[in-house]
Design a protein around this ligand. Structure first.
Ligand code: CR1
Length: 824
């Protein structure tokens, strides 16, 4: 019986014919159309419904197994999950991609056109959100009990249009016409209190209690997105909360003639999950953002506790059953919320509640940038979450009076320095401090970053509790970032090492043995060429620019930020352009510089850099004097789906942040995996990539982290570099002319200003010469076709470490201590 069931459930057994029947059935019975009338949108939804028959079944089996085992689970709280599209990924993970493709072909449809109907689920900004998506993929693949918790934003990250070279933000409506992957779960709706005041009451036993009388309630409606592990044994859940007015509208207000008011209440409540904040690495001190954070933490905690209470009558086992990972400080308010529930609602005493909290929460830090370290004004807390503020004060009082006093007796300066409450004109709650004081582990996301977290960010906390600090180097899922996005290379690897590499990416290291094999090299580089031809077509379609697939494709794709230094890339492009103009015989391989980046809507300089790239592209791409040797492309609306076309087509991966500023980076891993060579600084995970692939197979340039610190300490003066390097001076001055913006001189001047009068905070000018030399080395190397192919192969074959499955196993060993559960 069991064996038969397993066969029936074996997703791989779904044949082309069965898939065809299922699609046609769903066209008719789910979509209310038929083969003749259906548009591509309907075909896409029918395809999803066909695969969902398998997926939803596995989802049910997984949650049954977890409930039966009463297993310890991780709850990954994240304000962002940058999922991208799910169809191709799920087809691959279920193991029915070929069957689906062939079925659709038989039905007269191209699977690529059908899958192109899916909007990206862009519920995140950048690396932090995409990491969360890779992590839940790996958790399911490794059969660990896990739930991702986040917000069901109505609008994800804005869609970027480029008009006249400038970024325009348009709303993203990923689920306007329904999304076949999500399931609404009204049975698990939660109520969330907000505002109001705290009353102190004394019970009959004479004990003091606190009662929070909320001024408002809103409702959290859960939507579940299935997270399909590779081979679909386990299907976990990403649970996203949508906010609604507590009652559809207030009948009393309505009856009294106040229809407009009840509508206002409704729209205020719905505003909470309306939009993703489009800021990357910086915080916006907005009441709505704090409410968003609290809203999803409160809903998620209630959900976790509801599930726990099914099998338990008291909280003694809570921290054994649940670990809660805080993805950056955004969900920190979950800490005082759990304290509040345990003390005010469940009647625990402080010490017991505190013990549970400090054994349940763990915190991942993703950035050292001071502007990204969240602080919330005390007055805002007082207004929105009065009881939570009291709890934070008490956590702080105990921390300062007990722990800090014991370690540094009588040292008031130290108390001020480490206090969770920052004193000043506006008193602020330091969320990262609250995390470190509470959590049993704090981890950074790459070896170097984790060291800096200890040394620079939390040195005193590290003195107090050295055992709390960990490193877990980031990773990326090989299912999406090789298997699904680079079919050609994926099947080459399957031929070479068998079909287990999407789980164990270190198997690819076998290819190292063939790095010098002429036939292998040709095959590898032919695939690269194929991907470049495909990308060239995308570039033509989106930007109307012709690029030569034989040119070096040099790509920088990531959020636009000064510390990531897209403008350093721009300065170098200008230098190359200038060399070509001054010397028509200047020797270089054809080069295409490709950018993709969104700028936070309020980040003026970032937007100016996008404008500069586009204006320079206009000029360079149409300048016949340089005979197409140099092209510049800015691809609009960079997102996961575009990334899937870019990584496989890259020769050079630009990872050029100022050393010490990029916590890890994960694009760097995807590039290397697909055979691009890193041109980068010794920053974040670049350091570990270089270690894995060998220094001779990457191009490292620029100041290292210690040198950056030393230069800053000595008093960095960008003018020295400006006057010291005639080429650098010339390209900076160029930005002030109207050469790239005819008739409008000065439109690009803000970049120069920031690099000179503005003090060049990220040391672009200091690194320029070294960067420029590294580019010459890249160019030289590329002329040696065999040498380049060897390096490309070694890169791709040697980054098995950066599988997000490995990251998850590290989290399990060092932090979560989970056990695998195998569903039936
Ligand atoms: C970091 O900038 C890192 C990701 C994921 C980002 C990037 O280097 O790879 O996190 N940090 O760990 C971030 O978004 C708010 O901070």
């Amino acid at each position: 019986m069991a064996a038969k069931k397993a066969t029936a459930k074996n997703a791989l057994a779904l044949s082309k014919e069965q898939f065809k029947d299922s699609i046609v059935k769903h066209l008719r019975s789910t979509l209310g159309t038929d083969e003749a009338r259906a548009n591509n949108q309907a075909w896409w939804k029918a395809t999803c419904s066909a695969v969902n028959e398998l997926v939803f079944d596995r989802l049910t089996e997984t949650s049954k197994a977890n409930a039966e085992n009463d297993s310890r689970a991780v709850h990954y709280l994240s304000l962002e999950f940058l999922m991208g599209r799910l169809t191709v990924n799920n087809l691959h993970n279920v193991g029915v991609f070929d069957a689906a493709r062939d079925a659709l072909t038989d039905l007269g449809k191209d699977i690529n056109d059908i899958c192109d109907e899916e909007p990206d689920m862009a519920l995140g900004n950048g690396g932090l959100g995409r990491l969360a998506a890779c992590f839940i993929d790996s958790l399911a693949t490794l059969n660990y009990p896990a739930v991702g918790y986040g917000i069901h934003y109505e609008h994800g990250l804005f869609r970027q249009e480029i008009q006249g070279g400038r970024q325009i933000e348009r709303p993203d409506s990923w689920r306007e016409y329904g999304n076949p992957w999500e399931i609404c779960r009204p049975e698990s709706i939660q109520e969330v209190p907000l505002y109001g005041y705290v009353e102190t009451v004394f019970g009959e036993d004479g004990k003091m209690r606190k009662v929070w009388h909320a001024g408002r309630q809103i409702k959290g409606v859960p939507w579940d997105i299935p997270v399909v592990g590779y081979e679909a044994k386990t299907v976990n859940v990403l649970r996203l909360w949508e906010s609604k007015a507590a009652d559809f509208f207030d009948w009393d207000v309505f009856n009294a003639g106040g229809y407009v008011d009840s509508q206002a209440e409704k729209s205020q409540a719905e505003a909470v999950s309306k939009v993703l904040y489009p800021n990357d690495e910086s915080e916006q001190g907005k009441e709505l953002r704090l409410i968003q954070q609290y809203f999803f933490c409160a809903c998620s905690l209630k959900d976790i506790i509801r599930r726990y209470k099914r099998n338990h009558t008291d909280f003694s086992q809570f921290s054994k059953q649940a670990v809660i990972q805080l993805n950056d400080t955004h969900p920190t308010v979950a800490i005082p919320e759990l304290m509040r529930i345990l003390i005010d609602e469940e009647g625990l005493v402080w010490d017991d509640a505190w013990k549970i909290c400090s054994e349940t929460f763990a915190y991942t830090n993703h950035t050292l940038l001071p502007e990204a370290l969240e602080k919330w004004a005390v007055y805002l807390f007082e207004k929105v979450l009065p009881r939570h503020l009291e709890i934070i004060y008490e956590i702080n009082r105990r921390f300062l009076e007990d722990e800090v006093e014991a370690k540094w007796p009588g040292n008031d300066e130290m108390k001020r320095h480490l206090s969770i409450i920052e004193e000043g004109e506006t008193r602020m709650v330091r969320m990262a401090f609250l995390c470190v004081v509470t959590c049993f582990k704090t981890n950074g996301v790459a070896a170097m970053h984790s060291e800096l977290v200890k040394q620079d960010l939390f040195p005193e906390f590290c003195e107090l509790w050295p055992e709390r600090f960990e490193n877990v180097t980031n990773g990326v899922t090989p299912r999406r970032w090789l298997l699904a996005c680079n079919e050609e290379l994926a099947s080459m690897y399957t031929d070479l090492v068998g079909d287990q590499w999407p789980r164990d990416l270190t198997l690819l290291s076998k290819a190292n043995e063939f790095a010098d094999d002429a036939k292998f090299q040709k095959k590898f580089m032919d695939i690269k060429h194929t991907k470049k031809v495909q990308l060239a077509k995308v570039i033509k379609d989106l930007c109307d620019v012709e690029v030569d697939p034989n040119a070096i494709f040099d790509i920088q794709i990531k959020r636009l930020h000064e510390y990531k230094r897209q403008h350093l890339n721009v300065l170098h492009i200008l230098a190359l352009y200038r060399r070509l103009l001054e010397n028509p015989n200047y020797e270089m391989n054809k080069r295409v510089f490709i950018f993709g980046a969104k700028a936070a809507p309020g980040y003026k300089l970032a937007k100016d850099i996008i404008y500069a790239i586009n204006k320079i592209a206009d000029k360079v791409n149409n300048d016949e004097r340089i005979q197409g040797k140099l092209k510049v492309v800015f691809l609009p609306n960079y997102r996961v789906t575009l990334a899937e076309k870019l990584f496989p087509a890259a020769d050079v991966s630009e990872q050029i942040s100022t050393a010490g500023y990029e916590a890890s980076g994960t694009g760097n891993m995807k590039f290397a995996l697909n055979g691009a060579l890193t041109l980068g600084t010794l920053d974040g995970a670049n350091v570990e990539i270089a270690e894995e692939v060998g220094d001779e197979n990457v191009f490292i340039f620029g100041l290292n982290c210690d040198e950056v610190k030393a230069l800053k300490a000595a008093g960095y003066n960008p003018w020295d570099y400006y006057y010291g390097n005639p080429e650098l001076k010339a390209v900076l001055d160029w930005l002030e002319t109207d050469y790239f913006t005819p008739g409008a001189p000065g439109e690009l001047a803000s970049i120069k200003q920031s690099l000179l009068e503005g003090g060049d905070p990220y040391l672009c000018l200091a690194d320029f010469a070294s960067y420029s030399e590294a580019h010459i080395a890249v160019d030289k190397m590329y002329s040696d076709k065999k040498g380049w192919a060897r390096k490309a192969i070694i890169n791709s074959a040697s980054v098995g470490k950066f599988n997000s499955d490995r990251s998850i196993e590290d989290y399990v060993d060092r932090i979560w201590h989970l056990e695998k559960v195998m569903p039936n």
